[in-house]
Design a protein around this ligand. Structure first.
Ligand SMILES: C[S@@+](CC[C@H](N)C(=O)[O-])C[C@H]1O[C@@H](n2cnc3c(N)ncnc32)[C@H](O)[C@@H]1O
Length: 402
C-alpha cells in the first residue's frame, strides 16, 4: 500500500523516470525487474512505481490506454472510479443544462471530475482521504486540467460549496467489510446526499445499480446505465438536469452505452403474456433494472413468455437498440436427456447458455451436455407460463439467425 510520502516521491524526477521506464513492463517479469531496479533505486520507490505501473495497466479498460498511462491510481480509487464513457455521458448532461461550476463531492481519484472538466466546467473536487486528494491533483495536472479542477481535502459535510451551480456526489459504497448495499450505509449516507442535492438547481447522485425502486426519491429521475450490455450504475437526477427540466422527461430511464441510446418510461401497463413466437428478445440489463420491459415489448409489438420473466417474444423480426433478438428454432420442456439428444442431432459443439428464471447452473449443464460438432446455437433456460423450458435459437444477424 503506497503512502503519501511514497506517492510524492513517485511524482519527483527520479520517480517519474522510473515510472516512465515501466510503461511497457510485463507483470510476469516483475520479480526480475524489481531486483534490477533495487540495485540503483530505493526499494520503497521501486515498489511504488511497480504498483502504479500495474494499476495503470488495469486502468486501461476503464480510462483507455492513453489516459491510463498518464494517470495515477490507488487500488481502491481505481476500483471505485467511474469508467470514462459513463462519466462523459453524465458530464454532457450537466453541460447541456448550462452547468459551469459543479461540486464533485466524494471525488475519489477523479473519474467524474476529469469528465466534467473536459466538458468545459470548473470543478470543485472534495474528498476526505488525503492520499486520494494527492492522486486526483496529480491526475488533473497530468491531463492538463489543473486549472479546471480545484481539489479540497475535507469531509463533504464541511465543504463550502457556495459559488457552485450543481452538485455531483458519488458516496463510497465500500466499508471495512466490503461492499455495502444499504444506501444509508454509504459514506456519506444517501439521505445526506439527497438533502444536499436538493439545495442545487442541478444535481446527480451515483448509486448502486441494485438500488430498489422504492428507495428512489419521488422528485428524482433514476437513470440506469449499461456499457456494452453490462449494467454499470444508476444515477439519481434532481432539479433542472432531472425531471423538472424537460416537459416530456419521465422519472425512469435506461441509457445504453457506447451508442448513448436512452429509453424513458411511458407509464405502460404490464405487457401481455402469450406463447413463444418465432423471435425472442432479451432486453438490455439497464432496461430490466429500470423496469422498462413493457416499453420494449410495446415497440416490438411483443408479449412476455411468462409474467415474471424479462424475455419478450413476437412473430415478426423487428429491430430495437434496447434488446438482442434471436430466431427461435425449438421450444421444449427442460429435460437433460432430450436436450442432449437434440443438440447431438444438430451437431452443436458451441452453445451460448443463457438463463432467466431457472435454477440450472450453465457450467454444470455444459459439462453434462458433452457438446460435439461444428454447429453453434444459443440455449435459453427459462420458464414459459410457469414451466421450466428450454428454447434454442440463433442471434438475429448471425448466419444461422438471419
Ligand atoms: C466511490 S468513490 C468516488 C469515485 C469517483 N466518482 C471517481 O470516479 O473516481 C467515493 C469517495 O468518497 C470519499 N468519501 C467517503 N466519505 C466521505 C466524506 N464523508 N467526505 C469526503 N469524502 C468522502 C472516499 O474517500 C472515496 O474516495
Amino acid at each position: 500500500m503506497v503512502d503519501r510520502e511514497a506517492f510524492a516521491a513517485l511524482l519527483g524526477d527520479e520517480g517519474q523516470a522510473l515510472l516512465g521506464s515501466l510503461e511497457h513492463y510485463e507483470p510476469e517479469s516483475e520479480l526480475a525487474v524489481a531486483t534490477r531496479l533495487r540495485r540503483t533505486h530505493a526499494p520503497e520507490l521501486v515498489s511504488a512505481a511497480l504498483g502504479q505501473a500495474r494499476l495503470r495497466q488495469r486502468a486501461a479498460a476503464k480510462f483507455g490506454a492513453e489516459d491510463a498511462a498518464r494517470m495515477y491510481f490507488t487500488p481502491a480509487g481505481l476500483e471505485q472510479s467511474t469508467r470514462a464513457n459513463v462519466a462523459a455521458h453524465r458530464a454532457e448532461r450537466f453541460r447541456r443544462s448550462g452547468v459551469e461550476r459543479p461540486a464533485d463531492l466524494c471525488c475519489g481519484i477523479g473519474g467524474d471530475a476529469i469528465a466534467l472538466a473536459r466538458a468545459g466546467m470548473h470543478v470543485l473536487a472534495v474528498d476526505s482521504d488525503p492520499l486520494t486528494c494527492d492522486v486526483v491533483r496529480a491526475n488533473a495536472a497530468a491531463l492538463g486540467l489543473g486549472d479546471r479542477i480545484e481539489v479540497r481535502c475535507q469531509d463533504v459535510g464541511d465543504a463550502d460549496v457556495s459559488g457552485c451551480d450543481a452538485l455531483f456526489a458519488d458516496p463510497a459504497r465500500r466499508g471495512g467489510k466490503g461492499r455495502v448495499f444499504d444506501p444509508e450505509a454509504y459514506s456519506p449516507p444517501l439521505s445526506w446526499a439527497v438533502a444536499a442535492a436538493r439545495r442545487f438547481p442541478h444535481s446527480a447522485l451515483k448509486v448502486a445499480p441494485g438500488i430498489p425502486h422504492e428507495a428512489v426519491p419521488g422528485d428524482a429521475e433514476a437513470e440506469w446505465i449499461s456499457d456494452s450490455g453490462d449494467v454499470k450504475e444508476a444515477v439519481l437526477w434532481f432539479g433542472a438536469a432531472g425531471p423538472a427540466g424537460t416537459a416530456e422527461s419521465s422519472p425512469v430511464r435506461a441509457t445504453l452505452l457506447p451508442a448513448g441510446r436512452s429509453l424513458s418510461s411511458r407509464g405502460l401497463p404490464d405487457p401481455p403474456v402469450g406463447p413463444v413466437g418465432r423471435f425472442l428478445y432479451e432486453p438490455d440489463g439497464a432496461v430490466v433494472r429500470a423496469h422498462l420491459v413493457a416499453e420494449v415489448a410495446a415497440d416490438l409489438d411483443g408479449r412476455l413468455i411468462d409474467p415474471t420473466i424479462a424475455y419478450v417474444t413476437c412473430d415478426e423480426a423487428r429491430s430495437t437498440p434496447y434488446a438482442t433478438g434471436y430466431a427461435i428454432t425449438d421450444v421444449l420442456p427442460f429435460q437433460l436427456k432430450r436436450l442432449r439428444a437434440l443438440l447431438r442431432e444438430r451437431r452443436v459443439g458451441v452453445a451460448t447458455i443463457k438463463k432467466r428464471g431457472s435454477a440450472v447452473e450453465p457450467t454444470e449443464l455444459r459439462k453434462k451436455l458433452k457438446l460435439e460438432g461444428p454447429g453453434e446455437c444459443t440455449v435459453f433456460l427459462t420458464r414459459v407460463a410457469g414451466a421450466p423450458t428450454v428454447l434454442l435459437g440463433h442471434p438475429l444477424g448471425s448466419p444461422a439467425g438471419a
